[in-house]
Design a protein around this ligand. Structure first.
Ligand code: HEC
Ligand SMILES: [Cu+2]
Length: 349
């Protein structure tokens, strides 16, 4: 008896740590438990409902079990065999009807939500249409209403319905923005899966690939950047503007011959791989190197956009093992020139 409490006190810090970890360290932009839009809120409501029912069941069942264990335990000197009861209509009806009722309470709102959230907004002119294409290991976002394509940052207007058409260019991935909506898989063989979501407020929300897709799966992050309506319109206009190529002819030539064979910037190059238009104002480089203002780097994978571009161009494999850009044969001066040029590709919005 004496020894039991120290175990509990030793476990306490662990439990406290776990609680902190599970609360996602207080960042509200990446947790499904802190919904930031109506779709996520509805899904969170279902989680709360089902967990509440399960907790009630667990508490009642355990309470009954503990009561029975204590009340009817074998007592000293009592070797009689208890009365053997077989069948009790009243009890059997009770424990059949209660679970049935619980299933109805759980099932009706779940089915309602499943159908409600499957609503197709692909023909709705008030919704923003986005074609999402998942690639090993990056995200492509095409806006057919505006004729623009971008990568890694899904820029959306706050409060508007965003209608998603999700596909994959290679293997199965899963498109997931925890604080805005549940996941949707992107399946091979030309499958198109739809979903929609909405952000209550402006801000940046973390997105993830939620289906193991290769060595850099864990690096396949993206950001949803919700801005006000006017900024969104300015962004779409800025994205469609013609490219400004590097002033230095040597850098322009390098870019054209080595980079624009895969990438596009404005009206230049081809968009086989991530479109680099406005990459200087993005939230990240390659989805995983988080861009922060000068002097604000907190974690090892944060730096200014210029520093992150340099890191990417210096060793893509170190940033994203197995990525399909591979290592370019560039001198330090060339990397510097390209990173400076790309970092300046900022959009006003
Ligand atoms: C063979 C095609 C190919 C060539 C050539 C190429 N890239 Fe890439 N690039 C890619 C692919 C694929 C990715 C995406 C990698 C990933 O994230 O998995 C990428 C990603 C990037 C990114 C990050 C994009 C983003 O959205 O954050 C930058 C920046 C970039 N490349 C710059 C360059 C530059 C500069 C050159 C020329 C020196 C170049 N690339 C040449 C294929 C290429
Ligand atoms: Cu993945």
């Amino acid at each position: 008896m004496m020894k039991r409490w120290p175990v509990v006190t030793r476990l306490l810090p662990l439990l406290a740590g776990l609680a902190l970890l599970l609360s996602a360290c207080g960042r509200e932009d990446l947790s499904a438990l802190r919904p930031q839009g109506p779709v996520a809120r509805e899904q969170f409501g279902l989680m709360q409902l089902s967990i509440s029912i399960m907790v009630i069941v667990v508490v009642v069942v355990f309470a009954l079990a503990i009561y029975v264990l204590i009340r009817f335990r074998r007592r000293k000197g009592d070797d009689t065999i208890p009365v053997q009861v077989e069948g009790n209509h009243k009890l059997e009806i009770i424990w059949t009807v209660i679970p049935l009722m619980l299933l109805v309470v759980l099932g009706v709102p779940t089915i309602q939500s499943v159908f409600g959230l499957a609503k197709d907004y692909s023909q709705d002119e008030n919704a923003i249409q986005v074609k999402v294409t998942a690639h090993q290991y990056w995200w492509e976002f095409e806006y057919p209403q505006y004729g623009i394509t971008t990568a890694q940052d899904l820029v959306i207007p706050e409060g508007k319905i965003i209608s998603i058409e999700a596909q994959t260019a290679d293997v199965i991935h899963s498109f997931w923005i925890p604080s805005l909506a549940g996941k949707i898989d992107t399946n091979p063989a030309g499958n198109v899966n739809r979903m929609f979501f909405q952000a209550d407020r402006t801000g940046v929300f973390l997105g993830k690939c939620a289906e193991l897709c290769g060595p850099s799966h864990a690096n396949m992050d993206f950001k949803v950047k919700a801005v006000d309506e006017a900024s969104f319109q300015r962004w779409t206009t800025a994205m469609a503007a013609p490219a400004v190529l590097p002033e230095d002819p040597a850098v322009a030539e390098l870019l054209a011959s080595q980079c624009l064979t895969c990438h596009a910037i404005g009206d230049q190059g081809i968009s086989l791989y991530p479109d680099l238009t406005g990459i200087g104002s993005r939230e990240s480089v390659a989805g995983i190197l988080v861009n922060v203002p000068e002097g604000e780097a907190e974690y090892t994978n944060e730096g200014t956009v210029y520093e992150n571009l340099k890191r990417w161009l210096t060793d893509t494999e170190a940033v994203k093992p197995g990525n399909q850009m591979g290592q370019m044969d560039l001198t330090e001066e060339e990397i510097d020139a390209l990173a400076s040029y790309l970092a300046e590709q900022k959009l006003e919005y």
